[in-house]
Design a protein around this ligand. Sequence first.
Ligand code: ADP
Ligand code: MG
Length: 328
Amino acid sequence: MKLSDLGEFGFIDRIRRRAESAGVRLAIGDDCAAVDLPAGELLLTTKDLLIEEVHFRRDWTDLYQLGKKSVSVNVSDVAAMGGRPRYLFLGLAIAAELTVEELDTFIDGVLDAASGYGVLLIGGDTCRSPGPMMISVTVQGTVPEQEMVCRSGAKTGDAVYVSGTLGDSALALRMMLAGKELPNKLAEKHHDPRARVELGRALAAAHIPSAMIDVSDGLVADLGHILEASRVGAKIEIDALPLSREFAEALSRGEASRDLALRGGEDYELLLTVPPDKEGPLADLARHFALDLTRIGQIRDKGTGFELVNAAGSVYAPAEGGYNHFHS
Ligand code: ADP
Ligand code: MG
């Protein structure tokens, strides 16, 4: 079916009929959505844009996975503040050739990811794009006031930890660009990353991180954001970076470089700094919940800068920072 047969309002109604809205004062259908907020909690709001040919290519991307990923990348930002994601707003600029069935597949992905995170789709905007498909997702979450974790709290002497593994998504992208077949694990990390919501909440509720961020632009760039906001430096041990088996194999075959783990984007893992007296509680929590967290370095005074060292102690300079839209 062509979208023109359905029209803007027919399309919105199709979404409205499928979106759950239990407990919401006003969901899709009025000029604004209206919700109640838990007492004593702050409202967190984040937005990410995904543009065809900039963030994804439709010939490589399954629309269902694209729908999921659009949700996950936003939810990841709420997780990085220690928050609980709750509401989703979906802005869509739709390329003319997309069929209603293709859009349904995309919405399936959005709604499946949302329900997996306990998030409700309660609004958005829909229009025609004269060119690429554009997706603008806003996620709102809440966090108890005393539990919010910002980028600015890292102190000299804190340890630096990261969840999961680094570089898998960047390696997947590199392999796709080279026309290579992807191992499942790498394909999943690239096309269907999962936001670390439960981990972020557990860490924040236990008051463990002094600062936290999600790794979306690459470890070097995102740690750089913490260092800048916290006015500190850091020493990272590159041999300590957590790598997946698939990544380590590609590394040993010479098909991946450590740079991909250091500055490749879209890992959506949590990067956090932990004061010395919280490392014990962190180890307890990690054991209890079987969390995969790796200590990769330490925060130092700002004057000592940001250093990457290998086991031999030599300083390693990554080729460049993370992804930057306005650099060529
Ligand atoms: P307005 O003209 O007031 O912006 P719209 O006709 O754009 O209203 O939207 C009507 C209702 O449908 C609103 O509640 C809006 O949030 C919702 N909506 C529009 N597009 C989407 C979408 N892509 N996903 C979810 N809700 C949507
Ligand atoms: Mg509108």
